[in-house]
Design a binder for this molecule. Structure first.
Ligand code: NAP
Ligand code: SF4
Length: 670
């Protein structure tokens, strides 16, 4: 008896039977834009097909150039391109998989001056204003979708996903917010739906019955002027009648100010929306957003919220997600922690996506885990993310590895991150590594600092000794009211009601949230961000009602720029909004004059003006880190070569993504 009977139940779609209820959702990797990258993309999808996922969806391909997401972005518009895509579809089919191509027309989200939409209304997240299409122009776009689907079929795809959500082109016709037309493509809800329905109807006519059409339907726009529930339900029924095989859930436009996929969004937070929609259609319905573990997916399906689950990022983190669920090895899954650091943040920076916890993602042809030809004995010192990644990767290649950690637990900086409200997922990565250490037979030494003598006799020494908090030279820094972030977050030292946080990098922002917030349950989280009942409120948008802050917090930095400017593109705005919700007072261009019984004395600007005393009970220092290299220096003094990785190598702007990638790359060469 499987632990996940609903998840692993096959689904008969008539001409094709999916082996389970898991769809790998669309995710742009950056390999879609050039045909020359197709071999890499084929390797990426083939590895995931091998891992047993039921159906995969590619990143978005525009049906014409006006629909480009970015200039020269991915399109499927010619038979020549379709022939080249055979490489990808053949690779997937050879592994027994199925794959659909996503057709994505960006409309007013197109990042170029030739964009088009229902009306000439600029999106708040794009500098380019679109041109309103004429009636003929609209019909040409429909043709382009249909042609693109036909080409996808010619290319060997098993179907297409028509992207109708997230605020893209079709969604822009559906919502009053962006459709101000008065012709047959606007004015009434029926007219606004016409584009979506025509695209599906005409596509079905062209591609025949034995080809999947997934329609991604925006069930909660999460913007002002979004669709009503009546609109959503009517659209679903018409899309079904027009010939769609499956309806997938879309939640939130890109311009929405409600987080929908970051790590602080509770798991499966939006499946109730799909559950409300599902009874209105007969075709299978897919749910999505923040589902990352088989148990979570199983609960969603067992509750009857949906017929299938879609996950995108979890397949970057672990291509064998389904295989591990099928063989009851869920504890071996490398879980997506929804950090966005190496996937979406890369895509928005026009870099190739990867995964923080799996640097091999999207680099399958480059980073291959080949067995070693000469087994070595390797000592790794430090069991933070860098040391853990180095140890398990080297051991998996066949080396004998011993891992030394001074603390009583593994995890390093992730042990601190997991304590922050909304960052609990980081515990999953520690759990994953703990299990992988067991499976690969790494010998773990905990609770004792390794010295030069402990490391005698090893062929290779990898030092991932990490960092210590920086102690800034401020008069009074040794006052009893001063604590480091480690003392606050990990050691739970008492903190007063009024607090100044020195340093507004990632840790300062995290600590401010730690001091002001308790982890909300789903209802409290929805209230905080204004997520209402989609069946009652247009766009599912309610008035946000944040919980009051636990403390009065000042967050300070010396720089003039925006607080948290260095945070990720897709997560920084969520952190800044969370701080605003808790009325954290942000001070910039600060000079730290001294700390005494009165509090923290500050002035502002280069002329040290506007002297002010922040009468705080506690000062928490989050002023970055210094590398720990004593052992490296001692070993080098004895003439022994060492490999220095992670924060011990470069502490400035230390980040786990770089640490894990550096460690993995090193371990692949040892
Ligand atoms: P950080 O990003 O280097 O920020 C520390 C801040 O402290 C600096 O921005 C600096 O700002 C201030 N500072 C530095 N030296 C100081 C001094 N001598 N006196 C007073 N202030 C000083 O370090 P972090 O916040 O510890 O973060 C470490 C790494 O973890 C970063 O790469 C960060 O991105 C990553 N991280 C990321 C997240 C995330 O959500 N993505 C969360 C946590 C950590 P001023 O000079 O302007 O004062
Ligand atoms: Fe998930 Fe983070 Fe990896 Fe993206 S980088 S797939 S969010 S773990």
């Amino acid at each position: 008896m499987s632990s996940y009977p609903h998840l692993l139940e096959p689904l008969d779609l008539g001409h094709v039977v999916l082996p389970n209820r898991v769809i790998m959702g669309s995710m742009h990797t950056g390999l879609e834009d050039r045909l020359s990258d197709l071999p890499k993309l084929a390797a990426y999808f083939a590895e995931r097909a091998r891992g047993g996922v039921g159906l995969m969806v590619t990143g978005g391909y525009a049906p014409n150039r006006t629909g480009w997401l970015t200039p020269f972005g991915s399109t499927l518009t010619s038979r020549r391109q379709a022939r080249k895509h055979r490489l990808l579809t053949d690779a997937v089919h050879a592994e027994g998989g199925r794959i659909a191509l996503q057709i994505l027309h960006a409309g007013r989200y197109s990042y170029h001056p030739f964009s088009v939409s229902a009306s000439a209304l600029k999106a708040p997240i794009n500098p380019f204003k679109p041109r309103a299409l004429s009636d003929r122009g609209v019909r040409q776009q429909i043709e382009a979708y249909v042609d693109c689907a036909a080409l996808a079929r010619e290319a060997g795809y098993d179907g297409v996903e028509i992207m109708g959500s997230e605020g893209y082109f079709i969604n822009q016709f559906l919502a009053e917010r962006t459709n101000k037309r008065t012709d047959r493509w606007g004015g009434s809800p029926e007219n606004r739906r016409r584009l979506a329905v025509e695209i599906v109807r005409r596509t079905r006519e062209r591609v025949g019955e034995d080809f999947l059409i997934i329609y991604r339907l925006s069930m909660a726009d999460l913007v002002e002027g979004g669709q009503t529930w009546d609109d959503v339900v009517a659209l679903g029924k018409e899309i079904e009648a027009a010939g769609a095989s499956i309806i997938n859930t879309g939640i939130g436009w890109h311009e929405a100010r409600v987080p929908t996929i970051v790590t602080s969004v509770p798991r499966a937070a939006f499946t109730s929306v799909t559950a409300a929609f599902k009874p209105h259609v007969k075709i299978p319905v897919v749910t999505s957003n923040r589902i990352n573990l088989p148990q979570v997916a199983e609960e969603v399906l067992a509750r009857g919220d949906a017929d299938l689950v879609s996950m995108a990022r979890p397949f970057l983190a672990d291509p064998e997600w389904v295989l591990k669920a099928t063989t009851d090895r869920a504890d071996e899954i490398n879980v997506c922690i929804a950090c966005n650091q190496a996937c979406l943040d890369h895509v928005f920076a026009k870099k190739k996506a990867s995964c923080m916890v799996n640097p091999r993602a999207v680099r399958e042809t480059e980073l291959q885990l080949l067995p070693t030809r000469r087994t070595k004995s390797i000592a790794v010192v430090g069991a933070g993310p860098a040391g853990l990644a180095a140890a398990v990767t080297a051991a998996e290649r066949g080396h004998h590895v011993e891992l030394f950690e001074a603390d009583a637990e593994i995890g390093g900086q992730f042990g601190i991150a997991q304590q922050i409200p909304g960052k609990e997922e980081f515990a999953e990565t520690i759990r994953y590594y703990r299990r992988r250490l067991e499976l690969t037979g790494v010998k773990l030494h905990l609770g004792g600092r390794a010295g030069v003598d402990d490391l005698a006799g090893f062929d290779e020494i990898v030092l991932a000794t990490g960092v210590v908090p920086r102690v800034p030279a401020i008069p009074g820094i040794d006052h009893p009211k001063v604590l480091s972030y480690v003392e606050v977050v990990r050691e739970h030292k008492p903190v007063g009601d009024t607090v100044a946080v020195i340093g507004a990098g990632g840790v300062g922002v995290d600590v401010s949230e730690f001091l002001t917030t308790t982890s909300p349950d789903l209802a409290a989280w929805k209230a905080e961000w204004g997520v209402g009942d989609p069946t009652l409120l247009p766009g599912a948008l309610a008035v946000p009602q944040p919980e009051p802050s636990l403390r009065k917090v000042y967050l300070l930095q010396r720089k003039a720029g925006k607080i948290g400017a260095g945070l990720g593109k897709t997560t920084g705005w969520v952190h800044r909004a969370a701080l605003k919700n808790k009325q954290v007072e942000q001070l910039r261009e600060v000079n730290y004059e001294r700390i005494d019984d009165e509090g923290l004395h500050v002035t502002f600007g280069p002329k040290r003006e506007k002297a002010r005393v922040l009468a705080v009970d506690t000062v928490v220092v989050c002023a970055g880190q210094e590398p720990v290299r004593d052992l490296a220096d001692a070993l080098r003094a004895t003439g022994r070569p060492v490999h220095l990785i992670g924060g011990a190598d470069v502490a400035a702007e230390l980040d786990a993504k770089r640490a894990i990638e550096q460690a993995t790359r090193l371990a692949l060469t040892l």
